[in-house]
Write a protein that binds this ligand. Sequence first.
Ligand code: IPT
Length: 956
Amino acid sequence: MSSRTTTVTAYVEDVSPGSGALPPRAWYASSDAASLSLNGIWAFRLSRTADAEDDSFAEVGYDAGDWARVEVPGHWVLQGHGSPVYTNHLYPFPVDPPRVPTENPTGDHLRVFDLPADWPGPSGGGAVLRFDGVESCARVWLNGTDLGEFKGSRLPHEFAVGHLLRARGNVLAVRVHQWSAGSYLEDQDQWWLPGVFRDVTLLHRPAGCALDFFVHASYDHVSGEGTLRVDSDVDGRVTVPDLGVDTATGEPVTVPVEPWSAELPRLYDGVLATQGERIPLRIGFRTVELADGLIRVNGRAVLFKGVNRHEWHPEKGRALDLATMREDVLLMKRHNVNAVRTSHYPPHPAFLDLCDELGLWVIDECDLETHGFAEQGWRDNPVDDDRWTPALLDRAARMVERDKNHPSVVLWSLGNEAGTGRGLTAMAEWIHGRDPSRLVHYEGDHTCRDTDVYSRMYTGHAEVERVGRGLDGGPHRRRELPYLLCEYAHAMGNGPGGLADYQRLFEAHDRLQGGFVWEWIDHGIAHPGLGYAYGGDFGEELHDGNFVCDGLLFPDRRPSPGLVEFKKVIEPVTIEGDASGGTVRVRNGYDFAGLSALAFTWSYRVDGETVDSGFLPVPPLEPGESAEVKLPAPPATAPAGEALWTVRALLAAGTAWAPEGHVVAWGQFGRSARPAPSVAAAGGPVPGEGLITLGPASFDARTGALRRVGAVDITGLRLDVWRATTDNDDGAASQPDARYGRLWRRLGLHRVQHRLDAVESGDDALTVRTRVAPAAGEIGLSTVYRWTSDGPRLGLTVSVTPEGDWTVPLPRLGIRFGLSSADRVRWYGGGPGEAYPDSATASEVGRWQSTVDELQTPYVRPQENGARAGVRWAEIGGLRVEGDPEFFLTARRWTTEQLDAAAHRTDLAPGDTVWVNLDHGLHGLGSQSCGPGPLPRYFLRAEPARFTFVLSEVSA
Ligand code: IPT
């Protein structure tokens, strides 16, 4: 018994990639050869250890009648069997490679299937069984025959099974272990989700079909010609009707073509016909090279405006369907994203078809990360231990061979956060040899000895600028290479801030070829009680909390404000007006496309009301070109007020990724400034019974607290400096001096006291003097509220003078108050979405309306959110507020303290009062949750400040 158990499970802890699987080959969605999907409902049995059950379940005739059922593709922990575990880089088991815990959840999967009636007989060739992804290791049997076992969760594995197939009652048995030696190579920052999570397919392999083929399609930008050569292990013919190509495999043919790029993804349909099979080809001609220190495609340097994409679905985990993949690509295209790094493993292969078709540059990353070894100074790191090198090379080959025919893939990445070592060098050497037509990326080795690009993550703006100017030094090889930020702008919670500042640097320095925001989507798991669950919500022993929710999309794929900001920051057309508004400067920022696909519109608004609008003729500029375009004369009938031009670039016709009229870029610029609101005092405060009256308002005579403006009840109006700290405020442990959320709390800014010093009724003003300060310290804010009225309106000027040694910026500075009833909100200022000082590029000045509920941004872990920037006036709950200067507006049905205390959205219970914040200033956001904090210019420093609001009842 014990020797038998050993044979059943020994491979689990073996460093080898496996045995029995076929060599890797190119993936394609379909050909004329028969195939049978084995996705669907499978019988399932979960055991606590790898050897709890013997392998008799794999035998024909085994009765699995009392087993559970799971859906394949899927993860059993998301289907009611066990639960998910989230760690960022810590291994959730003792680090003793290649050993894994005895407690090793093991899922036995069984499926019985018949062949379709028209399945070719044995004389017509063979068949393979393909697994596109199984986490973390599997052993496979067909009709009782042990086919072998494999590791490499997000890589394909095939077995030859033709000789084992029967017409009816085929028994496919798959034993999957959550932990294996392979887990040491798969320490990516994500949920640990075991299961058969990608497709299982039976493919007929006709006699005489190719084992593999490699499409080489290059483009010579000087001659405008493409050269096509399809290599295959068997002879065949390659036809491309649109190009008149009909050539033998292995024979190059050169013809004039339109090149492929992410912007203009021209694909040519072709066929590779071998004796046994006709394989459809989608050919994109492009040449990727490192030339003059830059990544060039078809001769031109490319600026990557990218995102890091993990595969995620809030119910299905990493088992993504085609519709979800397509939605990701469409959302990327609609938000001006032009590149994707498949962090940190090769995606479902069909995703790359979509990238080819719709146009995205891809860094295809290998399924490799050994980050947890950082905890022990990288001792025993598998990538620096020759015993593991075969497994690393197997992973590299499975990625490259599977994905080599995709024009969208322009760089291969060795993996992520795996330290340095000989194994990486071996992978890079193998990849360079096998596919010299692409470049190699890896971030973890800053000597760049194995790579064609100098790649970093989360570098601050100042260092990025130094690199851009070539002042960064470093090893010789590195200095010659272009620079990429394979991760930057950590999109966790509210943020990232500072995107526009990065983009300006990328655009100013050729060597900076852009970056990839971390990351595309929050990995929140849909949860009945919590909304979305994150690390720790399943009782994990070790976990990293909501660090798994750091995407530009919420888990349900709704764009976050961060994505809206990113879209604006990376827009491919720049539209800038001069102050007088006579002309607009339009620059084509595409690398390949002209502007002929776009139409331009203008509108002229006064105080947010459109006075006139029309189309703007813009010349069809080539990439990099710009033109000064004359605007029409401002309408003579325009009323007085703040006048603004808005110019938009729209899709002139529908494309494969967005309808006609979709806004690609826009610019807004002023013609005349806004007259500041003011109150000319007419009469002073009038004392009454316990109350003081001033114009439309009444105040508590003892405390000076505002009670009412006309019929609008107001509670708790006072200075506010606190915000529910964002993930970026709380910051990462790596930069302790800049974790302002924690420093603020230590100072007590979340519990300031308001000491009343005086209530003074003067001739034309009611003055309330206070000192706002936290217990236990000497710092404070001397705060004076000066109230005046011109009859119908009430003016409030707040003067704040810091006292003591303020070593930290303020979270916010403004007033807050409660309204007893409010729902609809109207405002003139920045909108429609949230904006903060360093994430306000997408905030468009206009007239907006919303509801209190719609003003909330549903960050998975609740935190400061929802501010509208640059607000000139707002109406809410019957109250009208005008600001001098413009202010930030926030309104919610809970207090800041309740928001601060909530861990999940479901902790937030709406109360009767709507709490409104009118902020003179907010501290920037930065991306300190895993990167730099806000730039100094977005700090809200504790400095003397004065700001005015004019309050009145909304006139009917
Ligand atoms: C970086 C990882 O590459 C990425 O997977 C993710 O964990 C990200 O951090 C944070 O969300 S590594 C880090 C040490 C910068």
